[in-house]
Write a protein that binds this ligand. Structure first.
Ligand code: HEM
Length: 301
């Protein structure tokens, strides 16, 4: 209102001065004639994005004001995770075809999405312990531990844990899809394959490892990456790939760390709704490193 009045004053002043004519606020509000306003037959913004579905999915079980933040932060995180999975799947395909260039652009995008996810913890940290307690009991046994998209990201990055699939047994289709993904090569398996196809040797046991197990560090892989880092000019693309992976692994760790410290800030050392020891469990998760040789080689360079 105040801004509108100021704009009106300015307009009258300009008129008096006979300066360049400004349009009145009322005129300014008029829509350009070409703007589409009839959506009886045409597809609108809301139709395309299915906003009716998305925006009617925030049902607060407690009716408490702050539960809205809790729901939206989880839903937006799940949307970003969906995009990460979409992008990582494509990147893995390119790397497996030995077409590294297009994967770099995709991996840079993944890294930016991760930054968004990391930033979201600062919004959640405005939720105080007492606010959370107003609706925590409404969550029952539900927990981010059951986020299948988070599991798919961890799988794609090489952290495979078949035990975590137990929570999906009641959803047959999802369970089968998770088992299928558990057995797919991770982005690190694909990167190691790319080393080999460039003539850099890696032990057979790594190339034929059980894909449903977490990747274990291996000396020949460290040696192979050392060859790349010591001959950057010759292997520039593999070097670039390695550094992109380090970025992504690092951001995943930052996301985990910020989750853990936000959780500690909100629930202290209480047990989680999913039944784990809470912060103690989340600290243990931080010990699961991604792309281990890309870190260990740095000491040896
Ligand atoms: C008040 C906010 C939150 C609290 C108190 C909280 C607490 C916890 C706790 C205690 C766990 C361990 C499992 C359990 O026993 O429940 C956990 C796991 C997890 N949470 Fe949260 N969380 C919060 C917000 C979020 C948000 C916003 C996300 C985003 C999707 C998220 C995603 C996850 C994931 C993916 C795990 C599994 C981690 C793993 O097993 O590697 N959490 N959370």
């Amino acid at each position: 209102m105040k801004i509108l009045r100021m704009k009106e004053k300015l307009w009258h002043k300009e008129l008096k001065k006979g300066g360049e004519k400004m349009s009145s606020p009322e005129e300014n509000n008029k829509l350009e004639k070409s703007i589409q306003t009839d959506f009886q037959k045409a597809m609108s913004y809301g139709d395309y994005l299915q906003l009716d579905k998305i925006l009617s999915s925030q049902q607060r079980l407690s009716g408490h004001h702050d539960e809205m933040l809790f729901i939206i932060i989880h839903q937006t995180s799940e949307l970003w995770m969906k995009l990460i999975i979409h992008e990582l799947t494509e990147a893995i395909q390119y790397i497996r075809q030995n077409d590294l260039e297009p994967s770099f652009k995709i991996l840079s995008r993944v890294s930016r999405i991760q930054q968004q996810l990391i930033q979201s913890w600062s919004v959640l940290s405005t939720l105080t312990p007492s606010e959370y307690l107003e609706f925590r009991d409404k969550l029952g046994q539900s927990s981010g531990f059951q986020s299948y998209q988070n599991r798919l990201i961890e799988f794609a990055l090489g952290n495979k844990n078949a035990h975590t699939l137990a929570v999906y047994k009641h959803q047959k289709d999802l369970y089968e899809k998770m088992v299928e993904d558990l057995n797919k090569p991770s982005i690190y398996d694909a990167a190691i394959q790319a080393l080999v196809s460039r003539g850099i040797p890696v032990d057979d046991e790594v190339l034929h490892r059980d894909l449903d197990k977490t990747y274990e560090p291996n000396e020949s892989v460290e040696e192979a990456w050392l060859t790349v880092y010591r001959n950057v000019d010759q292997y520039w693309d593999l070097y670039e790939l390695a550094e992109k992976l380090v970025d992504i692994g690092n951001q995943q760790q930052l996301w985990r760390f910020n989750h853990m410290s936000t959780v500690e800030r909100i629930i202290g050392h209480k047990q989680g709704t999913g039944g784990s020891s809470g912060v103690t469990y989340l600290k243990r998760v931080l010990d699961q490193h991604f792309f281990p040789e890309l870190w260990s080689l740095r000491t040896k360079l």
